[in-house]
Design a protein around this ligand. Structure first.
Ligand SMILES: C[S@@+](CC[C@H](N)C(=O)[O-])C[C@H]1O[C@@H](n2cnc3c(N)ncnc32)[C@H](O)[C@@H]1O
Length: 279
């Protein structure tokens, strides 16, 4: 018989709020160097030892190589990755009622299908190396990138657990009127391997809706209250990251965000355990 669970608001469900101070400072990246000829310490641009948050600046491919060299069996319990979508290629979109060109930054320009896929393979391979055997990864993307990400995951030996459709209730209108207006992004959730015994906090997820949570999550794009540290053109809502964390981590777990962007999500991440990010 189905278990009865009282529905709670997602904000009531976040289990880590009570005492973030207790987490303490565990920084597995401390003292790691990169480069062969002249070894250089990783560039730590922010740290909050009480909450276990460490922010590093650099190319995540290099940094991940350095971490993997120190931890050949992995050191992260979970990874949340929001990589370039490769969609800044001269198209147009509607922003605040105006027609604007899509230009998120040079980092978002497509290099062609082959090169984009090579990049996805490169960072996903490195992320897999630094995941613990039972660790999981969440990766966001639109049609521009998500098929390559999914294929790379299959090539590399990940086990894809779910493809979440993040539905935006108020998407921008489609100006060309030649196809449907884009109103979803995909979030792939995968375990390190077929053998992984991954964490899934089933009851916490069930309590959000009062029944088994489905793979369609409706959440608004981030509002101004989530843009206190400046505007990043591809910022993800805190609620999305929060739900991924709640679903797949335990208290004090070690979490990595290799493409941290604006960093507003750190507000939430810093309450959950040690987080290491780059941009
Ligand atoms: C899609 S955005 C992430 C946005 C972020 N999730 C947020 O909420 O603000 C991707 C970010 O990755 C950064 N990036 C691109 N290539 C990178 C690399 N090789 N190493 C580290 N960061 C990179 C870009 O500068 C950009 O800020």
């Amino acid at each position: 018989m189905a278990k009865k669970t009282k529905t709670k608001k997602p904000s009531e469900l976040f289990r880590y709020h009570e005492k973030p101070e207790r987490i303490g400072a565990i920084n597995p990246v401390e003292g790691i160097t990169i480069g062969e000829a002249a070894l250089v310490l990783l560039n730590c641009v922010y740290r909050d030892d009480n909450h276990g948050v460490f922010l590093y600046q650099g190319d995540c491919l290099e940094v991940l190589d350095a971490i993997a060299a120190k931890y050949p069996d992995g050191c992260f319990d979970m990874i949340f990755a929001d990589p370039p979508y490769f969609l800044s290629n001269g198209g147009i979109t509607c922003h605040a009622g105006k027609m604007v060109s899509v230009h998120k930054g040079d980092w978002d320009k497509s290099q062609g299908a082959e090169e984009n896929h090579n990049f996805n393979r490169a960072w996903l391979e490195r992320c897999r190396r630094v995941l613990k055997p039972n660790g999981t990864i969440w990766v966001t993307g639109t049609l521009h990138v998500i098929f390559s990400v999914g294929y790379a995951m299959q090539q590399l030996g990940y086990r894809i657990l779910n493809d979440i459709a993040w539905e935006k209730p108020n998407p921008p209108p489609n100006l060309g009127c030649r196809c449907f207006t884009h109103s979803t992004e995909t979030v792939l959730w995968a375990a390190k391997s077929e053998k992984s015994r991954h964490v899934f906090n089933y009851d916490d997820m069930r309590a959000v809706t009062g029944k088994q949570m489905k793979t369609v999550w409706t959440m608004s794009a981030p509002g101004s209250d989530e843009k206190k540290f400046g505007k990043h053109p591809t910022q993800k809502p805190v609620a999305l990251v929060e739900r991924c964390l709640l679903a797949s981590t335990n208290k004090g777990d070690l979490v990595l965000d290799p493409f941290v962007g604006g960093g507003d999500n750190l507000r939430r991440l810093r309450e959950t355990g040690t987080t290491i990010c780059w941009d």
